[in-house]
Ligand binder design. Sequence first.
Ligand code: GDP
Length: 442
Amino acid sequence: MANIVIVGAQWGDEGKGKLVDLLSERADIVVRYQGGNNAGHTLVVGGEKTVLHLIPSGVLHQGKTCVIGNGVVIDPVVLLGEIDQLQERGFLLDSSLMRISDRAHLILPYHKMLDGLREDASAGRIGTTRRGIGPTYEHKVARCGIRMADFIDADVFARLLAENLEAVNQRITALGGKAMELQPILDEYLPCADRLRVYVTDTSKLLHDASAARRRILFEGAQGALLDIDHGTYPFVTSSNAVAGGACTGAGVGPTFIDAVLGISKAYTTRVGSGPFPTELTGAVGDQLHKAGGEFGATTGRPRRCGWLDMVALRHAVRVAGLTSLAITKLDVMAGLEQVKICTGYKVGGEVLDTVPAHLGGLDDVQPVYEVLPGWEGDLTGARSFPELPSEARAYVRRVEQLAGVQAALISVGPGREQTMQLRDPAPSARTQTHPRHQVID
Ligand code: GDP
């Protein structure tokens, strides 16, 4: 397998965790490159459920190296909790199998407090997970964040923390919160730094060295293209670049390092929290998708809003994330519907848009233009090859491919690893043979 980026092609929760887990088998290194513990991947292996928020899903494959890149923001308490949970289950016992970028930024208690206070002040307008992700990225851009390399140096950490607390406490109290004290934070976080030190390194160098040694790298995106800070439905977005380009900046590799981009899309659409959702279904069909799909967030437990597949949004994702193939998940969930609909455009005034408008409120009053296809009956969860699917389900997939302009490489019909069919290789290794980074220069 070539180096591949796996990204969400919708508003997150597309089932990336399952696909990353599946494709990790063929990779040597699995890398997270953006987001924080606002992401949640649910993996079902051998009937056992594991939810990972920070550590790449590849960790469940023995012997793979997991990398948390510089673009990820890390809550050390949460990360250590995850390490403990995995170690109790026999994973990650060898510390050399995980590496954390020395340039990754740290989520601290004041980031979480600011997140909560601001969300309260705006009556939950953006619908953040209140885990401090947004404020940590703000501090990164404001150049007052604290990075892993400095966290693991106790003196530097204490100095930076003291400097930051002064300014941060002014904001906290202005928002009605209680000022934070230095010592309790040091007491809690210095032992975390001691435990994490063993994992911290220059992960960009590690990835380049690994690639030179022809090790295969899989980049695992969090959230989805429509939640990307630049290309998503701003301001109802996450604070990082969830598109494939985020893998470059968030892991310290150039675009030439990446051979393929697999976009994950559900066969329908879901969205958690606030924000525009043109194809949202609030009636019986929405309820059926919600129930059959178990649509509750892995991180927050919040119910997800459900709707028809939105091809305007998906085409946007194909473009901004440079998808080379699609994985369509949860096709099984749509079984039993008499008709299924695909949104092909947005009607606004007398006009039909085929792109996602950028302006504020631009998606609020659009009417989806639907193409109606026959639905399918029966239980799809046992299907293991494309011809085994009902003809209507196959026709649906083919129409989605046509409208997306990208072929489906994988179809998923259940949460298990085995409930997947491969139509084509999502990352054919042929391209790497002639790839410039493998040329020998005399
Ligand atoms: P992620 O954040 O993109 O990894 O998505 P989540 O893990 O939050 O949500 C996907 C959920 O759907 C998980 O509970 C998966 O186990 C489940 N899932 C993934 N693929 C399928 C599928 O094809 N069919 C069904 N029924 N469930 C699936």
